[in-house]
Design a protein around this ligand. Structure first.
Ligand code: ADP
Length: 490
């Protein structure tokens, strides 16, 4: 079965978050199951530099405001999987973040940049761009690839099944409605039953409405997005399409996230945790934190945004400090949250440290050196860092929401007695709830001894590899291929 994945970022070439991790590891997991998988990516500088053996497939010509657009093909650096690249210098050869300019604002031609991604996917699917390869199923990821199913539907005679995966419904890819002409999308689809969203055009909604199947990245988030609380105004669409919606939990690439092999102060494994203590001391030294604290070392590796509950954490910081615990933060995001953490570090230099930035190798040192990873998100489609923490013997402390609720089992009496607890879970997105759970976690750390080690070891043995999830996607593709194309809205 031939599958085309369409996405804007991919680890290790371009990464701003979990989407890149998934696009970097799901296609190889499917290929290991025997599927013929290819990836279509925008030709961002890091992608053009990173793909090996690139060759020209075809010249597409001037389109979407770009004088020159060509389709190239090469292989991805680690997995060796085939990748198609859209080389449109005017649109994509821009340094920095794939979505925003140096001023931090979205590029003002993002509709064309990501419209071209969906357009190319549909024309590749139609067999118009590469005579040697056409997919059986096209799988588009998040709003950046959201127009893919819309272009497939409007391609004459094309009966191509599409899957659309929602990695984060909050980013809906919204543009002025009159951009539809620029994108070669017919006015008759700019309706509430089509891709119109409150008088605007939404790439995310296009993906939801015109795909055959919708998936999201955890079973719990699939339920949540059908409710007004988590549906970002699209919960009605989600409910309409509930029969085609499923949640498939993201996996972890344990070749990348493995404390026995990562570049950390001392490697370790579930059979010998001695190296973890050395990693903790090294991290404390790196950031000038005292080694005398009686409480645990908490860590954050995250976008610093209100989605991630970072404002709640700042508010609960006094509780953490009262327990003689420490906090290290690695992240970038909202200016006021960055400033808040910087200030907290400046007044508690031995107990709070902050690194504002994005640093892949440092994220492994944080996972290895910390005792507890904090993920107090307001909403969380899947969340990957708590899964990485589990493998690194770092207990996650998470809010009971989205994929966090699916993956962390609370340290309470019942779960401890049943031998299944893996971390700390709290409910309300509020300072007092987080603060109380931080205090509980500190108490468990101080009294922990053997109990702490047991929870650690259980977490390290959890298997969130891609095997099961890739099998679920394969089942979905098979079902689609067999099923006759359903009626899709006009
Ligand atoms: P999201 O995609 O919503 O940001 P996820 O938990 O799904 O959240 O994925 C976040 C990914 O980005 C993880 O791989 C995490 O390690 C990484 N990450 C987040 N912030 C940073 C940072 N400042 N430096 C390095 N890696 C980071």
């Amino acid at each position: 079965m031939r599958i085309l994945h369409v996405a804007s970022e991919i680890f290790p070439l371009v990464k701003t978050g979990g989407l890149a991790d998934v696009v970097g590891s799901l296609p190889p997991a499917l290929a290991r199951r025997g599927l013929d998988v290819r990836v279509l990516l925008p030709g961002l500088p890091e992608v053009l530099d990173g793909v090996v053996d690139a060759r020209l497939v075809t010249r597409i010509g001037p389109i979407f405001g770009a004088a020159s657009v060509t389709l190239c093909a090469g292989r991805l650096p680690d997995s060796g999987l085939p990748a198609y690249l859209i080389d449109a210098p005017f649109l994509f050869r821009r340094k920095g973040n794939p979505y925003t300019g140096p001023d931090g604002h979205d590029w003002d031609d993002n509709h064309r940049r990501f419209g071209l991604l969906g357009w190319t996917a549909a024309h590749l699917a139609a067999g118009e761009l590469d005579p040697d390869w056409t997919p059986d199923v096209v799988h588009a990821h998040d709003w950046h690839a959201g127009l893919t199913p819309a272009y497939v539907v409007q391609s004459p005679g094309l009966d191509m099944p599409t899957v659309f995966t929602v990695h984060n419904l909050a980013f809906r890819g919204i543009f002025p409605m009159d951009y539809h002409a620029d994108l070669d999308l017919p006015m008759r689809r700019m309706t509430p039953r089509g891709m119109e969203f409150h008088g605007k055009l939404s790439f995310m909604k296009a993906g939801l409405v015109y795909s055959n199947k919708i998936t999201t990245v955890s079973p719990n988030y699939a339920r949540e997005i059908c409710t007004p609380e988590f549906g970002c105004g699209l919960d009605g669409v989600m409910r309409d399409r509930a029969g085609d919606l499923s949640g498939i939990l993201n996996g972890v690439d344990y070749a990348v996230w493995n404390p026995a092999e990562a570049r950390i102060a001392k490697t370790y494994s579930v059979d010998d945790l001695a190296g973890k203590k050395i990693c903790k001391r090294a991290l404390q030294l790196e950031f000038g934190l005292s080694s005398e604290a009686r409480g645990p070392l908490f860590a954050v590796v995250s976008r610093l945004t209100s989605q991630k509950g970072m404002d709640i954490l700042l508010a609960a910081l006094p509780e953490l400090l009262q327990e003689d615990a420490q906090l290290i933060v690695l992240g970038t995001g909202d200016g006021d949250l960055e400033a808040g953490f910087r200030y907290a570090a400046s007044v508690n230099p031995e107990r709070v440290a902050v690194c504002i930035g994005y640093d892949e190798s440092m994220s492994h040192r944080f996972m290895a050196g910390a005792d507890i990873l904090l993920v107090p998100s307001r909403f969380e489609p899947c969340g990957l860092t708590q899964l990485y923490a589990l493998r690194y013997g770092t207990l996650p402390l998470v809010r009971r929401v989205g994929g966090l609720a699916d993956t962390v089992i609370d340290v309470n009496e019942e779960n401890l007695a049943a031998g299944r607890a893996t971390g700390f879970v709290f409910g309300e997105a509020a300072r007092h709830a987080l603060g109380a759970r931080i205090r509980d976690a500190c108490g468990f750390y101080r009294n922990g001894g053997e109990a702490w080690t047991q929870v650690q070891e259980r977490g390290m043995r959890q298997d969130f590899s891609w095997d099961d999830s890739a099998a679920n996607y394969e089942r979905l593709y098979l079902g689609l291929r067999e099923q006759k194309t359903e009626e899709r809205p006009e």
